[in-house]
Each structure stands twice: as C-alpha cells, then as structure tokens.
Write a protein that binds this ligand. Sequence first.
Ligand code: NDP
Length: 276
Amino acid sequence: MNRIALPDGSTVPALGQGTWKMGERGADRAAEARSLRLGLDLGLTLIDTAEMYADGGAEEVVATAVAGRRQEAFLVSKAYPQNASAARLPRACEASLKRLNTDFLDLYLLHWRGSVPLDETVEAMEKLVAQGKIRRWGVSNLDVEDLEELGEGLSSCATDQVLYNLEARGVEFDLLPYAARLKMPVMAYSPVGQGGALLRHATLKRIAARHGVSPAQIALAWTLRGPGVISIPKASSEAHLRENADVWKIVLTPEDLAELDSAFPPPKRKQSLAML
Ligand code: NDP
C-alpha cells in the first residue's frame, strides 16, 4: 500500500478506516471492533474517530479493536470546536485517551472551526504535543483562508481532513494545490459518498465493470489517484473492507479519468468548502 508523508517526515498508509456511526448500538459494537481489527490485518492501520461519534462510543469500539495491537495503529481523534480552548482541550483529550484506552493519540484534529480563536487552539494543541498526550495535531473542515490564519502554526499542522469524493470536488480548485505546496496531506472523508447515490452512478458502474471491480473501488481509487491524499472510508461489512483494502490493484486510465471528469466535472472556480 502507498504511504503518505506527513510534514514531520513520518508516514501513514494512504488508506485508513473511518468510524462515524460505529458505537451507536451496543449490540453492534463487537462486530464493529472485529471489522476494524480485520482492517488492521489488511494494512488499514490508520483509524479515524472523534469524541462526537456516538458520544465517545466509537472511540470505545476503537479501543476494543486495537487492544493488544496499539503499536500497529495510527489513531486519529477529533475535538469538538467548543472543546478547542486552552481550558477545555486538555480535558477533551484526556477523555478521548481514556475511552481509547491509550496514553497518546497519533493525531488530534480540531473537528471544525467554532468560536475559539485558532491561535488559542494551536497553542493548546502544541501543549498536548509537549506533554506527550498527542504526537501531532491537525484540523478538519478548514478552508484555505482559515488555514492561512494559522500563520506559523501551519508549519506543524499535519493535515486538513475534508469532504472529498467524486461528487464533492470543490477542494481541487484551491485547497488541494495549497496543501500540496505546504507538503501537507489532505485526508478525504466520505470518499465513497457514504455508500449512497454515487455508487449507483452509471458512469461509475461502467468503469467498474471494465475493471472487474465494484463502483466503490473505483470511487476510492479515484480519491487516491494523486499524491498527498489519505482516504478514510468507513466499512463495517467484511466484504466492503476487503474490497477497499484491495483498491491498489486498480490503475485508472486516462480514458477512465476523462469519463469521470465529464460525469463529475472538476471545479472551474472557487467553491466554499463543503462539509457534512
Ligand atoms: P464513506 O464514504 O466512508 O461511506 C461509508 C458507507 O459506505 C458505509 O455505509 C459503508 O457500509 C459503505 N461502504 C464502505 N465501503 C464500501 C464498499 N466497498 N462498497 C459499498 N459500500 C461501501 O462515509 P463516511 O461519512 O463514513 O466517511 C468516512 C469517515 O470519514 C467517517 O467514518 C469518519 O471517520 C470521517 N468523517 C469525518 C468528517 C469530518 O467532519 N471530519 C465528516 C464525515 C466523515 P458498511 O459500513 O455497511 O460497510
């Protein structure tokens, strides 16, 4: 599997695992943890979660999944904007660590921008790094102008996690080139369009049939076609997980890419950052 370099020189697999909607039903938790563990077996060692998901329940599922295998995993969690202040971020981080049953996060993200000034959040994140609670920090759902406001902090921002899939290509106009100039990878969330209409699109189905793979695999391979993008599909079913871990064999041809561009046109002008 391709690996992507973070600004601090460490590398992560370009394909990870999302956890939104996990942990919501007690009865499903064991199966969800099993699927995350299978993902680890398949090399999908970057796991994205958040204090928001199932009110911490997703973090608890991740804890079960990585029990005894913490060193294999690259754990990403996210703090609510209202918890991103100097006073509250340490507490939010501690609570995430407790639910994840670990003593450090590999990456801690501001989930989206709220009313706490960004420089206060950056300072609080840097303190957590200094204390060894987190290895590095980043942001999510921040547009170019928000990133610019990070000022000097931008040089230690590990990633911006944003909505990116065939139906949501706005970031290609400015955010992706901007991040590329900074050598900061972008993390693509909802890369298979949450398993919805995107996967039933005729063009995607046609290209998938040509390659003998599924539409979801084409959608995923497309997010990974260039450098600097980490894609984090969420899959609870074993079949989906195995498909996703196998996208590396797919090489999209110039003809495939042209067909996808015509069905899902790239942005011609600045679009405000789409988010879920
Ligand atoms: P995804 O695009 O990853 O879609 C997940 C859905 O697609 C699930 O229903 C899953 O089904 C299905 N699916 C996965 N793989 C396949 C496949 N090969 N074939 C068919 N269906 C498939 O959407 P998410 O919104 O979950 O995004 C991924 C992750 O990104 C989240 O889980 C979360 O960690 C993160 N995220 C971050 C946000 C932010 O604001 N920072 C916002 C949204 C997401 P099943 O589970 O049944 O296998």
